[in-house]
Design a protein around this ligand. Structure first.
Ligand SMILES: NC(=O)c1ccc[n+]([C@@H]2O[C@H](COP(=O)([O-])OP(=O)(O)OC[C@H]3O[C@@H](n4cnc5c(N)ncnc54)[C@H](OP(=O)(O)O)[C@@H]3O)[C@@H](O)[C@H]2O)c1
Length: 412
């Protein structure tokens, strides 16, 4: 794009105000913010009142503005705004993972129809440049897995828990520090990590999935018993967004995991995020950085703005390969399930039990379970089950059957 980028910025909260400062400090030439739209006129701000408008049409109807940077905290309003921006022929940069995960294919079609770009590096893992890397660097189908800590709030809470702080106090600390929302449900129940996983799967494997096709297990039910188990075994607990390509299937889910020292996420603490990419030839690679916050997220948004100067758009080159893939819940994994009610462990349907413990007020089992059975437990909706995935690869049913056949053979 040879023309000057004239930006209409919608939202001047944590990320929007950060972008304003970062853009001014960066010395990025040929990009200026012309209009800033916010919602509440009465709010105190770092810039004078005259710097703001309260009507998005001041951006959408301005022919001089060629880029809309959408940084609002309302995914429904953002959905309408982004569609109107595309129809008005404006490029859009957004960091709104919920909006994008829920509407990506529709928004892409609209962007393509109007010949504009839609960039959203800030929507996944804050400052970590993962979307463009998956697009450009891993521009072939040799990736076998992508997983990561993609939510800073839960990583902060879990880090504190791993160091002995109870869940409620760790959540309160995260809220005080501005990492966690007053209603932390989207974070602690794994929805936010799932929105990001939808985008990772799209860019890693070319497969379109909807958030409600992926199962998410959160961290709310983790107690001091699980922390003690982790400490005893030398594990730490991390909420991972995880997708593995096995044959023509992609197995994807969000769940807390026990990770051992050999796992690249072991030392990723507090508000830091990490994405681990595994390729057939490149082997395992780790991307590490701040996953949230004003400047770190604004830096990713700025990078998108700068990319627009070179007419950059995601090409979704893996989409053709993605058409041959399908999302699958047909796999087995090793898990720990803890509960105050031992009898509920019988319901879980373990294929094989490795460890079983029962005291007066707590019980747990570890073992192999089918993901479908695990998902059917609906753990986010219940008070009494803590589910944590144990180290180990996901296994396809064929392998599990073959292995149990071997065990039977050996015992006779
Ligand atoms: N915070 C992070 O670390 C982070 C990290 C990655 C991605 N994100 C994403 O970035 C986006 C912005 O997050 P944030 O933390 O900066 O939010 P925030 O601090 O809550 O600020 C939201 C801003 O949006 C404005 N707004 C809300 N509804 C609007 C509407 N209908 N029209 C115009 N303006 C509206 C608000 O206006 P008022 O000021 O008038 O209330 C406020 O300025 C979200 O999609 C979030 O998921 C945030």
């Amino acid at each position: 794009m040879n023309t000057h980028l004239k930006i209409g910025l919608v939202g001047f909260g944590c990320v929007g105000s950060g972008l304003y400062e970062v853009l001014n400090k960066s010395g990025l030439l040929g990009a200026t913010i012309k209009t800033i739209v916010v919602k509440h006129p009465e709010k105190k701000r770092s810039l004078p009142k005259e710097a703001f408008s309260y009507e998005v049409k001041d951006i959408l109807d301005d022919p001089e503005i060629n880029v809309v940077v959408e940084l609002i905290n309302d995914s429904v309003a953002a959905y309408e705004l982004v569609k109107r921006a595309f129809k008005a022929g404006k490029h859009v940069v957004s960091a709104n993972k919920k909006l994008i995960a829920e509407h990506l294919d529709e928004l892409l079609a609209l962007a393509t129809e109007n010949q504009v770009s839609f960039l959203y590096e800030g929507a996944v893992a804050g400052s970590i440049p993962i979307i463009r890397n998956l697009e450009e660097y891993y521009n072939n189908d040799s990736l076998t897995s992508v997983e990561g800590i993609t939510n800073g709030t839960t990583n902060y809470i879990l880090t504190q828990s791993n160091f002995g702080v109870d869940y409620a106090s760790a959540l309160a600390q995260a809220q005080e520090l501005g990492f966690a929302e007053a209603d932390p449900t989207l974070d602690v129940d794994g929805f936010d990590s799932k929105f990001k996983l939808v985008l990772l799967i799209k860019h890693a494997f070319g497969l379109s999935v909807e958030p409600n096709q992926l199962h998410n297990i959160g961290i709310r039910r983790i107690t001091e018993k699980e922390i003690a188990y982790a400490t005893e075994k030398g594990f730490r607990i991390k909420l991972l967004s995880r997708a593995e390509k096995i044959g023509q299937e992609v197995c994807g889910f969000v769940a807390p995991h026990f990770v051992d020292r050999t796992h690249p996420a072991f030392e990723v603490n507090n508000e830091f995020n990490a994405v681990i990419v595994q390729g057939l030839f490149s082997d395992r690679q780790l991307f590490l950085g701040k996953g949230a916050g004003s400047y770190p997220t604004a830096s990713a948004v700025l990078s998108d703005i700068s990319a627009l100067k070179f007419d950059y758009r995601y090409e979704y080159r893996k989409s053709d390969a993605g058409k041959n893939l399908q999302l699958s819940e047909q796999f087995y994994l090793n898990v720990y399930i803890g509960t105050p009610h031992a009898v509920t462990l019988e319901e879980a349907g373990f294929e094989e039990v490795y460890e079983s413990f029962r005291s007066r007020d707590y019980a747990y089992k570890t073992g192999l379970i089918s993901f479908e059975k695990l998902a059917a437990l609906q753990t986010n909706a219940r008070e009494d089950l803590a589910v944590i995935v144990l180290p180990g690869a996901l296994q396809k049913p064929e392998l599990v059957v073959a292995e149990s056949a071997n065990v039977e053979f050996n015992t006779h």
